[in-house]
Design a protein around this ligand. Sequence first.
Ligand SMILES: Nc1ncnc2c1ncn2[C@@H]1O[C@H](COP(=O)(O)OP(=O)(O)OP(=O)(O)O)[C@@H](O)[C@H]1O
Length: 350
Amino acid sequence: MTALTQAPDRGGPAQPLLEVTGLVKHFPIHGGLLGRQVATVRAVDGVSLTIRKGETLGIVGESGCGKSTTARLLMRLLDPDAGEMVFDGEQVGGTDQTGGVTLRDYRRQVQMVFQDSYASLNPRLTIEETIAFSPQVHGVSGREARERAHELLAAVGLAPAQFARRYPHEVSGGQRQRINIARALALQPRLVILDEPVSALDKSVEAQVLNLLVDLKEKFGLTYAFISHDLNVVQYISDRVLVMYLGQVAEQGPVEEIYERPAHPYTRALLASRPSMDPAKRRTAPPLTGDPPNPVNPPSGCRFRTRCTLAEDVCAQRVPVAAPLSAGHEAACHAVMPGSGHSAAPRIAA
Ligand SMILES: Nc1ncnc2c1ncn2[C@@H]1O[C@H](COP(=O)(O)OP(=O)(O)OP(=O)(O)O)[C@@H](O)[C@H]1O
């Protein structure tokens, strides 16, 4: 048995693997003849989250709410403007002097799978070369890296004898996404960030790839952050769910809590807007209307207030903080925050 088929001891499921506090990423917009900065897109604006060992954290929200920017920050493909990241108890971005995990080591332990399976593969490399590339960069011998590539091809359901020598354009979209997954696992990561990994696939292929991801997580002892705008897919795959709105966290909690007892009006509206065959799952709240505001100039106070049926004066005046609702479930909404001044808020006992 080789190292790849043996899941290393990664600790109990409740321990945090990645803890992120106050993550911020603003993009400057330049314009005019002199190319001066004319505006700032507040793509991610104070996101805090925890991904526990062995779990899948689903991240949902409408287009433009900052999911992909969050994914790139978690992967450290982008540098945050502010915020702290702690990976398995160690500060991310440390040096020999400061201690902590170096970015190079972090980027080995955290890998990413993107939506566009074709764009993320080099068309000039065979599938075997594609998967073996990163291990070789990290000092694994050519022979061992090729063996690892074949083992991973088999693990993602592609017969090595049939696929190893082919090029990305010679396989289907679903097979290409399997290759991307194999490539992401080649450095034996602990955390895999999946950014809309099944959104470009047909429904039947989508189900196969989702089941494959579930199997691989078990087999290799992985932890996932799963980003998607598809609430049904996120419900299927996640243990916990984080709902983003306009660069911030609206609500987070265990998957059953979020889907059965959503507290934030945004989560309720999102769920009411999703396509469902089950009438009981439809229209539990008014569905979403309109588009999210521009993240260059977000509304004051609660960012959702301009689309919220519960909005009151306090929602424009104060930024809501996350209110704890039940174990691990919290929502940033004045209407659920005891003593917030919102007419629907629980009263604080004297
Ligand atoms: N490099 C960039 N420069 C300027 N603005 C950016 C940049 N990248 C993202 N944005 C903006 O940041 C906001 C968040 O974008 P992001 O792609 O993270 O959202 P998303 O939730 O992943 O959306 P989608 O589901 O459409 O991919 C958007 O308004 C987007 O236009």
